[in-house]
Write a protein that binds this ligand. Structure first.
Ligand SMILES: *Cc1c(COP(=O)(O)O)cnc(C)c1O
Length: 463
């Protein structure tokens, strides 16, 4: 009997015009490569990787329209026309009148931290992000996590695990006083919680709270479009709104944003700071000259700004963002069907394996997530990354490891790069490692850099 399809599928709103060959090493060669890289997937050579799910940062496939824009780069030192194109799209889609380009997101984080934070300040946020918190700390601030408790529980089903807990926020204000809080740092979807969004309702409450206490509200809007997509799909009253409308409403509550363009904007490099606050803008515009370059290029080439401007127009198309999140869901559901423990609900940019459950025989000191990422690479050449104790780093005051509740391996999907078949290969490889999980040995750290140790730390296998 012929089988009827159970549903009507969606497919990518594009076809492939250029391809880049990839190669697959043998298991033995990968064993060697992993050892040489100190069992740190950041230290592998890209050439030795078969399917690269390390990060979605700058790994996007640009459209033919973006590439065409690259040829229209105006490489003038000052006043490039691409700057003005980008400025007008930031005004139109983010609703922010002022903007300063930067070479990537962390440069904007550096500037906003320096401008707003005084030593001894506290910065509440919905879970930390590695570079964001580091810049806040380098500016003399202390980051305080005010995300809802559910965000720290991998299996807790909640549609908006990125929400801020207003009671935690209230408690902090009572403890340290509003004048010690230069701004609330909100992000969404929250990467470290597994790509979990916040709701518009929660944002509105945080906005009211901030207004009442005269605290600024700023956003890490690097993935704001993914967050807008979840609001459209999950929150009452937003189903018939466009992604662009939801993004604009979201932005209406913030005084300013910093953005890594290497994510939502589907480019390979870029970032910016945008704000409604003229004073902050003027300071940032002055500071960018010191650290990045003139304020009309900020460490970027004109062509990069043109690709960003065009990327903004593409990122708000519903089909584009549905494909993006839909691919993540496809991989996540496939892993669930194999009984593999992952963070629920499935996030916006990545699937997160629960390494504590996956390698339940390893104590956190033996770096279960770091170990698992290395094992998956050795099995199939799929590259993922650690988001656990290594990423969490040490407490600057005590010098001890921070022991995060979440010990995760992140499989991040570059935008418009891989097909469903690549995702099948990935899921099957993880299932194979899961089969032999009991035989997996942990790691010890043999080299530890001072900052952001997950990028350059080196490990050895325990016997
Ligand atoms: C990537 C990222 C950053 C840092 O941006 P870079 O462009 O890598 O410097 C900051 N915040 C979030 C949420 C990010 O995803």
């Amino acid at each position: 009997m012929a089988k009827k399809p159970e549903k009507r599928s969606w497919a990518e709103p594009f076809k492939i015009k250029v391809v880049e060959p990839i190669k697959m090493l043998t298991v033995k060669e990968r064993e060697k490569a992993a050892k040489e890289a100190g069992y740190n997937t950041f230290l592998l050579r890209s050439e030795d990787v078969y399917i690269d799910l390390l990060t979605d940062s700058g790994t996007n496939a640009m459209s033919d329209n973006q590439w065409a824009g690259m040829m229209l780069g105006d490489e003038a030192y000052a006043g490039s026309k691409n700057f003005y194109h980008l400025e007008s799209n930031i005004q139109k889609y983010y609703g922010m009148p002022y903007f300063v380009p930067t070479h990537q997101g962390r440069a904007a984080e550096h500037m906003i931290s320096k401008i707003l934070i005084k030593p001894g300040d506290y910065i509440p946020g919905n879970m930390y992000f590695t570079t964001t918190r580091l810049h806040q700390e380098l500016a003399g601030g202390t980051f305080v996590d005010v995300i809802i408790d559910e965000a720290h529980i991998p299996e807790a089903e909640h549609p908006f695990k990125g929400n801020i807990d207003l009671k935690k926020l209230e408690k902090l204000v009572k403890q340290v006083g509003a004048d010690k809080i230069p701004y609330i740092s909100m992000a969404g979807p929250v990467n470290m919680a597994g790509g979990q969004p916040f709701s518009m309702k929660n944002l509105q409450k945080v906005y009211e709270f901030a207004k009442k206490h005269k605290i600024r509200l700023w956003m890490d809007a690097t993935r704001a479009v993914e967050n807008a997509y979840f609001i459209k799909m999950r929150e009452r009253g937003y189903k018939s709104k466009t992604i662009a409308e939801i993004l604009l409403e979201m932005m209406s509550y913030f005084e300013g944003i910093w953005v890594s363009a290497k994510k939502d904007l589907m480019v390979n490099i870029g970032g910016f700071l945008a704000t409604k606050d003229k004073k902050v803008f003027e300071e940032a515009r002055n500071m960018v000259v010191v650290y990045e370059g003139l304020h009309t290029y900020g460490g970027l080439a004109g062509r990069d700004m043109e690709a960003m401007a065009r990327g903004i127009e593409e990122m708000v198309q519903f089909d584009m963002i549905r494909t993006r999140v839909g691919q993540v869901e496809y991989l996540g559901n496939k892993l669930l069907s194999y009984g593999i423990p992952i963070v629920r609900p499935i996030g916006g940019h990545a699937v997160f394996l629960d390494a504590k459950k996956f390698l339940s025989h390893l104590p956190q000191d033996e770096f279960p997530a770091q170990t698992l990422a290395a094992e998956i690479y050795i099995d199939s050449g799929v590259r993922s990354m650690e988001r656990g104790i290594v990423s969490a780093g040490r407490d600057p005051k005590t010098g001890k490891h921070r022991y995060p509740k979440l010990e995760l391996v992140r499989l991040t999907l570059p935008r418009r790069v891989y097909t469903q078949a690549h995702l099948d290969v990935t899921a099957e490889s993880i299932a194979a490692v899961y089969e032999r999980r009991k035989s997996v040995k942990g790691l010890k750290m043999v080299y530890e850099p001072k900052y952001l140790r997950f990028f350059q730390g080196r490990f050895k296998r325990l016997k």
